[in-house]
Design a binder for this molecule. Structure first.
Ligand SMILES: Cc1cc2nc3c(=O)[nH]c(=O)nc-3n(C[C@H](O)[C@H](O)[C@H](O)COP(=O)(O)OP(=O)(O)OC[C@H]3O[C@@H](n4cnc5c(N)ncnc54)[C@H](O)[C@@H]3O)c2cc1C
Ligand SMILES: *[C@@H]1O[C@H](CO)[C@@H](O)[C@H](O)[C@H]1NC(C)=O
Ligand SMILES: *[C@@H]1O[C@H](CO)[C@@H](O)[C@H](O)[C@H]1NC(C)=O
Ligand SMILES: CC(=O)N[C@H]1CO[C@H](CO)[C@@H](O)[C@@H]1O
Length: 331
């Protein structure tokens, strides 16, 4: 019996993951996904999609480790199943290299990824500008495939999909009992959160099928992530920059910086250039509040502000959001 009506706003990797978790786990809820933009037009679509063992400043360590672990386990199971090519999820091994030895000797995530170790002096020889590195295996999740795969899974679980812009949560208060806010950068206006800001990122896709390992500079500005059909190289991190146009100067900078780490990239053909705005916030906001909308008290579950790491954190934060929705739906 479906008697609780849930609206999930946002069809990026966060909204779709959250919608799937709710539709599959809570049979007493009917779930509608509402979004202005769907794949291939979301920020998530262009993300390199590497699962990066990030450390967030203000979230208790145990909670962020469980976000990472839930995401990692979920995507690892897909990568090792028959769904891997359709879902666009693969294992990815490589190196993260540092110009200075990081202060943190043993990062908290070393047991969450696979085969974490320090790089050997021999391995470091090819990176003469860098002093130190980590080698490990993680996952890469290509959202241009993954979002469609999640949407299919959502519909199979009985979910409804509606393309529409939501101008205020008021609009939804008559038709839904619980509202889940996964609107990314849209939260800036939709929920009036002034802590959310864009961090512009430009990446290129290149044809270089000979590259099989990722290389990431610890400063986060330069990275090379081989994928299923192409290699994503980047990048830029421009705060409060709303430009969605490709910047040719950025393209040049990316090619130069990446070729310095991986000289063969000078032989790679550029297939596409892409810009996205990371929905940044000091930390993602995953919490419930009760909002008075047109005289009714409506539970609103927030799940936005994943910044540079939405693909990494999507499944883990979706599990938390599911717990909040489950709780609200029992009342
Ligand atoms: C260059 C670049 C590289 C990246 N690489 C990685 C990476 O390697 N690993 C990683 O983990 N992350 C990466 N990211 C970050 C990742 O892309 C984001 O964190 C993630 O896409 C955020 O997902 P989201 O679902 O919150 O937002 P989005 O994908 O932006 O989706 C937001 C959704 O909300 C909808 N919406 C918003 N407002 C409204 C409204 N008012 N009404 C209706 N619908 C609305 C939109 O239409 C859309 O459907 C990268 C980002 C960039 C820019
Ligand atoms: C890895 O390198 C760091 C920094 O030099 C060092 O403190 C740590 O002990 C090393 N770990 C292992 C397992 O060798
Ligand atoms: C559920 O709601 C109750 C009462 O608001 C709260 O005490 C409890 O911690 C909540 N549980 C979860 C998982 O959010
Ligand atoms: C319409 C709207 O803004 N709804 C709520 C979403 O969350 C924000 C931020 O906490 C609330 O202030 C809004 O009322």
């Amino acid at each position: 019996m479906k008697h609780v009506r849930v609206a999930v706003v946002g069809a990026g990797v966060v909204g779709l993951s959250t919608a799937v978790c709710i539709a599959e786990a809570l049979p007493h809820c009917s779930v509608t996904l509402l979004a202005e933009k769907f794949s291939p037009d979301t920020t998530s679509d262009g993300a390199a999609g590497i699962l990066w063992p990030v450390t967030l400043p203000d979230i208790p360590l145990e909670r962020q480790r469980s976000w990472l672990k839930d995401s990692f386990d979920h995507l690892l199971a897909i990568a090792q199943s028959q769904h891997s090519p359709e879902a666009g999820v693969m294992l990815s091994s490589g190196w993260t290299i540092f110009k200075e030895v990081p202060a943190n000797k043993k990062p908290h995530f070393s047991d969450l990824v696979i085969g974490f170790r320090n790089m050997t002096d021999n391995e470091m020889k090819r990176f003469p500008d860098h002093k130190f590195g980590h080698a490990f295996t993680t996952l890469k999740c290509e959202c241009s495939s993954y979002l469609l795969w999640l949407e299919k899974r959502f519909r199979k679980a009985g979910g409804q999909v509606e393309k529409r812009k939501v101008n205020s949560l008021q609009e939804l208060s008559n038709s839904y009992d619980i509202i889940v806010n996964c609107s990314g950068l849209g939260s800036k206006t939709l929920v009036g959160d002034s802590e959310v800001y864009p961090v512009r990122g430009q990446v290129l896709k290149v044809e270089a099928p000979w590259l099989k390992h990722f290389i990431r500079d610890g400063d986060g500005k330069t990275y090379i992530y081989p994928g299923i059909h192409s290699v994503t190289i980047g990048g830029t991190r421009q705060e409060d920059d709303w430009r969605l146009e490709v910047d040719k100067g950025d393209t040049q900078g990316i090619l130069e910086r990446c070729s310095q780490l991986e000289p063969s990239l000078s032989k790679a053909k550029v297939l596409s250039e892409w810009v996205g705005l990371r929905p940044s916030r000091k930390c993602p906001r995953v919490e419930r509040e009760v909002v008075r909308l047109q005289g009714r008290s409506v539970p609103v579950v927030h799940n936005y502000g994943h910044g540079a790491w939405g693909v990494t954190l999507a499944w883990g934060t979706a599990q938390d959001a599911l717990g909040l929705v489950r709780n609200a739906s029992m009342k």
